[in-house]
Design a protein around this ligand. Structure first.
Ligand code: FE2
Length: 312
């Protein structure tokens, strides 16, 4: 880590008031974009310079320790702001970019962990065996789901459909990208979906569907989930086409039509997410997917994901 700030500067800095700006996201008025001052990143990384990524993995409390360092740097108002954006039905999403001089992916893991632990605890990610997962999309793929298949549309879904704990929020961060054209994160806020009422008021909306994960996810149990449910008296959705196992032709048609309707909705946001930037959304009422990449044998893109629950 190449930081030159002294401890006194960190202290002086922390006593200043606001080191970040929040603006409506240039691509969607449903989201915010948060800009954090370069000096704030320097102060944050200085505070946690003795904590390594492996400690975050092995000692869960260090995740909250780095989170505390971020809160000390930016102030408690920052914590309250990101918590309230994620819980606010009108938005529920924001992006943040690290300073472009920060290119060490360990720092990406540290910062994203600090941020998510202002919101709550991470769910265990059985695919990676850690509280977060890093995964690559390349020209070829031997896996058993669409997650790493570059050249097809990864359709709209929510995360955590096949685990029995709640997945309230999701963070995705671009770790690396080479020779990539396309592959944008696609996002759709449930309230922007024009045909929501048609599917939400359908008899199958509250029928339980069995979700089964493929082998690569390392989850053996089946989970029954209703496609629509309620949180704070608002409709929320749980859906992924690949792992839903409908029990009849009618149920299958309902799910197929729902998926097609979301893909074709004109309110879909195709997010530009540069390397070192992250997007965090409420997973109860935002759907996400990925556009197809253009073919390139040298394609190499890596994302980090963290998912979890709101603090009780
Ligand atoms: Fe996902």
């Amino acid at each position: 880590m190449n930081m030159s700030i002294t401890e006194k500067e960190v202290l002086d800095f922390t006593q200043k008031t606001k080191h970040y700006k929040i603006a409506i996201h240039p691509q969607s008025d449903r989201m915010y974009h948060i800009t954090i001052e370069k000096t704030a990143f320097e102060a944050f990384f200085e505070k946690i310079k003795n904590i390594e990524v492996q400690e975050l993995e092995y000692i869960p409390y260090t995740r909250f320790i780095v989170s505390n360092a971020l809160q000390e740097t930016l102030g408690e108002a920052f914590t309250k702001t990101v918590q309230s954006i994620l819980q606010d039905r009108q938005t529920g999403g924001f992006t943040i970019g690290l300073d472009e001089d920060i290119t060490d992916t360990d720092q990406y893991v540290l910062f994203s962990t600090a941020l998510t632990h202002l919101i709550g605890e991470c769910n265990f990610d059985a695919m990676s065996g850690k509280y977060y997962a890093r995964f690559k999309v390349k020209h070829t793929d031997e896996s058993d789901s669409y997650l790493r298949q570059a050249y097809r549309l990864f359709t709209f879904h929510t995360d955590g459909t096949f685990v029995d704990e709640s997945t309230d929020w999701l963070l995705m961060m671009k770790m690396q990208e080479r020779n990539a054209v396309g592959g944008e994160s696609r996002l759709l806020h449930l309230d922007d979906w024009e045909e929501l009422d048609k599917f939400y008021n359908h008899p199958f909306a509250s029928k339980e569907i069995t979700y089964k994960a493929p082998a690569s996810k390392n989850v053996n149990q089946d989970v029954k989930r209703k496609t629509f449910f309620h949180h704070n008296n608002e409709p929320c959705i749980c859906f992924i086409d690949q792992f839903a196992n409908p029990a009849s032709i009618e149920e299958a048609k309902y799910l197929r039509d729902l998926s097609k309707s979301m893909e074709e909705d004109k309110h879909v946001v195709e997010l530009d997410l540069p390397v070192g930037h992250l997007v965090m959304v409420n997973n109860l009422f935002w759907l996400h997917g990925r556009a197809a990449f253009e073919k390139n044998e040298e394609l190499d893109r890596e994302l980090l994901r963290q998912r979890g629950r709101f603090q009780q």
